[in-house]
Design a protein around this ligand. Structure first.
Ligand code: COA
Length: 352
């Protein structure tokens, strides 16, 4: 029987570290000012979110989301001992694409040197913080059916350019960072139902669509974009909007539910799983999920303290981070559960 295995994994974060101490002093070009631009502080951010610092791309227009993805993709290819030419499909999960259309997968395809060469299929998916698990489900289906043999799944985000660096936007602005994670999947012949990708689930509830979104424009209007981006009073569509409490409650509910269902459907227990790698939205969300779902605390891996929320990138970034620290090893079994804008959520059990 054909099952899907992870052939390689890589991640990338930009060099600039923005601490909670520095963040309130940044203007909209990320330049540190003498006075606070946003009323927030390290104590509030750490207490409510667990975040200490995050990474930002340079402010000189030299880096786009596809560039973050490209760096992570090169590392994943090296880890898998593959060449870009071996890929026959790219699935790109992001809420911060290089531009509105086409999707960012084709941009990455070109940066990998594949444009016009091997007809590598390109998909962009829009499931925000759930993008990696949704993408893993797609990759698994493509490989099991024999549709594609080498699928690159990308989670990459450039948040720092689309945040509101005023007190108005502080609830969202403090949460997010830039980064990318990439996994490459391929087929293996095995009868072991616990090998490779064991299980994936993907859920959605459109009732949550207004609780966390970034509109930028409304296509039903003429003109569909009618504000001056430099006019701080009237440019609110440019920035993410969030009902933090509703997101928090639904995230805990969705991640607990999908984690417990994943165990029930596979007949597994925490004895069968080495690591729980939840989406990194807020350390307090993850602590609550761990408490309610009774997950052994020593099996929980977080990275939000140092990277913030990198949306579709959090799961591969966290796995790669802890692999570099010597904790996660090839062959370990991981359970991930995720939750994001939409609302969307899901879980996956897989052998790394
Ligand atoms: N710094 C200082 N004060 C802040 C702040 C900040 N960055 N952001 C909000 N506040 C203020 C609020 O204005 C409010 O002030 P008030 O009491 O004077 O009105 C107070 O802090 C409490 O705000 P509230 O929104 O009730 O806080 P909270 O406990 O819900 O925490 C979040 C806010 C955003 C940390 C929390 O709701 C959360 O993490 N939600 C989930 C977010 C998330 O995970 N998003 C991504 C999902 S994939």
């Amino acid at each position: 029987m054909i099952r899907t295995k992870i052939l390689g994994l890589g991640s990338y974060v930009p060099d600039r570290v923005v601490t909670n101490e520095e963040l309130p002093y940044l203007d909209e070009r990320h330049v540190r000012q003498a006075t606070k631009q946003t009323e927030t502080d390290d104590a509030w951010i750490q207490k409510r979110t667990g975040i200490k610092e995050r990474r930002y791309v340079p402010n000189d227009a030299s880096v786009a989301t596809s560039d973050l993805a490209h760096e992570a993709a090169k590392r994943a290819l090296a880890d898998a001992n593959l060449q870009a030419n071996d890929l026959d499909c790219i699935i790109f999960a992001t809420l911060s694409p290089d531009f509105h259309f086409p999707g960012t997968a084709v941009v990455l395809q070109r940066k990998l040197g594949l444009a016009g060469k091997n007809d590598c299929a390109c998909y962009d998916i829009r499931q925000q913080c759930s993008g990696f698990v949704y993408g893993m489900q797609m990759a698994d289906a493509f490989i099991r059916t024999g549709m594609y043999k080498r699928v690159m799944l990308v989670g990459a985000e450039l948040h720092s350019h689309s945040l509101d660096y005023t007190t108005r936007g502080r609830d969202v602005m403090v949460l997010f960072g830039d980064g990318a994670g990439v996994a490459i999947f391929g087929p293996m012949e095995t009868d072991d139902a616990r090998a490779g990708i064991v299980y994936t689930s993907a859920h959605a509830d459109g009732n949550g669509a207004n609780d966390l979104n970034l509109k930028i424009f409304e296509i039903n209007r003429l003109p569909y974009l009618d504000y001056d981006p430099r006019d701080r009073e009237h440019n609110q569509l440019m920035y993410p909007h969030m009902d933090g409490k509703r997101v928090f409650l639904n995230a805990v509910r969705g991640m607990v539910m999908s984690t417990n269902t994943a165990l029930a459907k596979t007949g597994m227990s925490w004895d069968d799983i080495q690591w729980f790698v939840p989406h990194q939205a807020n350390l307090r969300i993850n602590e609550k999920v761990v408490e309610v779902a009774k997950i052994p605390p020593e099996k929980v891996l977080n990275s939000i303290e140092i990277y913030g929320n990198t949306t579709a990138a959090t799961v591969p970034l966290t796995i790669d981070h802890w692999r570099k620290q010597g904790k996660v090893k090839r062959g370990d079994r991981i359970l991930s559960s995720v939750f994001g804008s939409g609302f969307t959520w899901g879980a996956a059990i897989f052998t790394f």
